[in-house]
Design a protein around this ligand. Structure first.
Ligand SMILES: Nc1ncnc2c1ncn2[C@@H]1O[C@H](COP(=O)(O)OP(=O)(O)O)[C@@H](O)[C@H]1O
Ligand SMILES: [Mg+2]
Length: 239
């Protein structure tokens, strides 16, 4: 369980998050809301890029905010960004291996783990391809594999379906759904594609202007009039 309690973030005069609370208990949770709602900021707080003015974040009773950002990564926090971080001059295999290369496990075991995750994301047949030769979907899949090695406990995706086709989005959705069974990690997903959120997230948090306007089972949340109103008149995909 990931418990977010009264998180507040201010950037100068802007209140990016205003006492936001949510208790994520399911394998996959969604975070949605119009542009500027504070979604990415919440992930930044969880991963340690942004320090909140107040509030707590606990995973199964462990206080995540007490861990320095690099310790959070070591603890098992993984994050993918809107733009993937793929080294152009490394192969797919090497891009994933560097995530765990510093660890204590022996080389053969690390290689086996990298291979297992490349098989899971469907990139094992292209593991020798250099980063610079990858198309956008292959980059995305490689980025997912990077998040899955090294025993992750929480994996966060910020708009993973951005720029993908409908078929690619479906494939990515299936992959995200497999993460919990394959690694045990809990996953949080931000996306504008409400169909994707509905499909893969059992529970969803809705933010608007830094405030929580709904949280709970995804189908209930998407039916909530307040949530529909928040999306009206925006350029986001309608619910
Ligand atoms: N590093 C920052 N410095 C100043 N303002 C920021 C920073 N990051 C985000 N903001 C502001 O905080 C608000 C929430 O942004 P963000 O979390 O990126 O929204 P979302 O991901 O929901 O689109 C916006 O008003 C944004 O301009
Ligand atoms: Mg964002």
């Amino acid at each position: 369980m990931l418990e977010i309690t009264d998180i507040t973030v201010r950037f100068g005069g802007v209140v990016a998050l205003n006492e936001v609370s949510a208790r994520f208990t399911q394998p996959i949770g969604g975070i949605i809301g119009p542009n500027g709602a504070g979604k990415t900021t919440l992930m930044n707080v969880i991963s340690g890029f942004v320090e909140p003015a107040g509030g707590r974040i606990e995973r199964d009773g462990q206080n995540l905010l007490a861990l320095a950002p690099h310790r959070r990564a070591h603890w098992g926090l993984r994050r993918s960004f809107q733009k993937e971080e793929i080294a152009e001059d490394l192969t797919v295999f090497e891009n994933v291996l560097v995530q765990i290369d510093h660890g204590r496990a022996e080389r053969g075991r690390k290689s086996a783990e990298v291979l297992r995750m490349l098989e899971l994301v469907g990139m094992a047949d292209r593991m020798d391809k250099p980063g610079e030769a990858l198309n956008s979907f292959e980059r995305r899949l490689t980025d997912v594999a990077k998040c899955l090695v090294g025993s992750p406990r929480i994996v966060m995706f910020d708009e993973p379906a951005g720029g993908l086709s409908i078929d690619e989005t479906r494939q990515l959705g299936r992959l995200i759904r497999a993460i919990h069974d394959e690694t045990g990690a809990q996953t949080l997903v931000i996306d504008h594609d409400v169909d994707l959120i509905r499909e893969i997230c059992a529970e969803t948090l809705v933010l608007d202007f830094g405030k929580r306007i709904a949280f709970g089972p995804t189908s209930e949340v998407l039916d909530n009039p307040k949530v529909k109103a928040a999306y009206l008149g925006t350029e986001e995909i309608g619910i």
